[in-house]
Ligand binder design. Structure first.
Ligand code: COA
Length: 395
């Protein structure tokens, strides 16, 4: 393996859902002080998928601009991470590969470990590119966070996909080694196969997350990583954005990072702007945080950024990356803002109807109503098969 070769994120793009609901609707419905959502957990609205959107359509929408810009010829691997799988056998990545018209000479696979899966995919992609630097790997993180109505997790729901092109001589971010790793068998959040909504012990998940910050940081130090003071920004997985400041405060204690409380909040603020309005997108959340940081910060060229990935259950990874000079030309800031702003607001009644709607599991044939606005749609389920197609322009 060539250790001097720079490998990392060459392009980064995200997509989210057709609908959004403001937390003012939830606050009104449940009689909760809106500040609990806005300040207490750090969320202002949530992305809600339309009937003909799912993890595949969002994934393809996120990756399409990358394929349009760079072409598909060098992409020989597609790694799709999700915890909202649509099939127990077939990778959702194969549908995406087909919708995007990628070459048939490709390996395509789905990865799962709660919200951590995309970081595993990113690290595996980096290793593949180290082995064959002429190849590019398409990494996609795509999820819909769905909790029971009236449960504490409900206010943290969301939906999005992030796509990254991993290559040698990347234009945005060089991924560094070592990584700090942490794994522990804990039931803080899980979704048995027979459920469409996740089960979460919220308080346990916060404690488990903070233990993982500490464990991964300790390993990072033991592996010879950078001192915390060398990082100019810290990007954390965000099940809700307030978690990023909780995590950073804990890391500051573990790493003896000096700094007043306002500096700690400032260090993570730019990573939370998109997630505050989109909600939790599980595997994609950390990479939406990264997009938010890059899109909202003054010049970060040559700066070191820390990334912390946490997947309940649990597996975590802390790693560093360096921003490549000239990265600004590769960013998709305007498209990202558009994806958030173009969502159609819905009220609680509409949200509830969408939340309760599921595709029947009786094996029958069903057509999905034409509802979303992205370039791809789930058109039908027929003969136990999901039928995806490009969305026809509306007349
Ligand atoms: N104004 C400002 N802040 C307020 C408030 C108000 N009116 N009312 C409450 N708050 C604060 C609380 O003090 C608390 O802050 P703290 O965490 O800093 O102590 C925060 O809002 C949340 O209040 P809490 O009573 O703990 O909320 P909750 O019982 O509804 O649960 C979560 C919150 C985060 C545990 C819940 O949303 C959850 O389970 N989320 C899912 C977590 C998850 O996805 N984990 C898996 C991946 S890591």
């Amino acid at each position: 393996m060539n250790h001097t070769l720079a490998v990392g994120i060459h392009d980064l793009s995200f997509a989210t859902s057709h609908y959004q609901m403001n937390h003012s609707e939830l606050a009104r419905k449940y009689g909760v002080d809106l500040d609990k959502y806005r300040i207490g957990i750090g969320q202002s609205s949530m992305s809600v998928t339309a009937a003909d959107e799912d993890i595949v359509t969002m994934a393809a929408e996120a990756a399409k601009p990358i394929v349009d810009r760079h072409g598909a010829a060098d992409i020989r691997t597609v790694l799709l991470a999700t915890e909202t799988g649509v099939d127990q056998a077939k990778s959702a990545g194969v549908y995406v590969h087909s919708l995007l018209g990628l070459p048939s000479s490709a390996r395509v696979v789905e990865l799962k470990q709660a919200c951590y899966g995309a970081t595993a995919a990113l690290q595996f992609a980096a290793a593949l590119v180290h082995r064959e630097p002429s190849q590019r790997v398409l990494v996609i993180a795509t999820d819909i966070a769905k909790y029971e109505l009236g449960s504490p997790g409900e206010a943290t729901q969301g939906a999005a996909a992030a796509a990254m092109l991993v290559s040698a001589d990347p234009a945005i971010l060089r991924i560094e080694s070592p990584s700090g790793l942490f794994a522990a068998d804990i039931m803080d959040f899980w979704r048995p196969n027979y459920r469409s909504t996740a089960l979460v012990d919220g308080k346990t998940s916060i404690t488990a997350y903070l233990q993982a910050v500490e464990g991964a940081w300790k390993d990072y130090v033991e592996q010879g990583g950078r001192p915390a003071a060398e990082f100019s920004a810290f990007c954390y997985h965000q099940p809700f954005t307030k978690m990023a400041s909780k995590a950073h405060r804990h890391l500051a204690e573990c790493s003896n990072l000096d700094g007043a409380a306002h500096e700690i909040l400032g260090a993570v603020h730019n990573t939370t702007i998109y997630n505050r309005s989109i909600g939790n997108s599980y595997t994609a959340s950390l990479y939406l945080g990264l997009a938010s940081l890059l899109d909202h910060s003054r010049d970060l060229a040559d700066q070191h950024i820390a990334l912390f990935s946490y997947g309940s259950g649990s597996v975590a990874e802390f790693f560093g990356a360096t921003v490549v000079p000239g990265y600004g030309a590769q960013l998709r800031t305007a498209a990202h803002r558009r994806a958030i702003e173009r969502r159609t607001p819905i009220d609680y009644a509409h949200y509830r109807a969408l939340h309760e709607r599921t595709i029947p599991v009786d094996g029958g044939d069903y057509e999905l109503p034409e509802e979303g606005s992205g370039p791809y749609r789930l058109a039908a389920v027929s003969g136990h098969k999901r039928i995806y197609e490009p969305r026809m322009p509306r007349r």
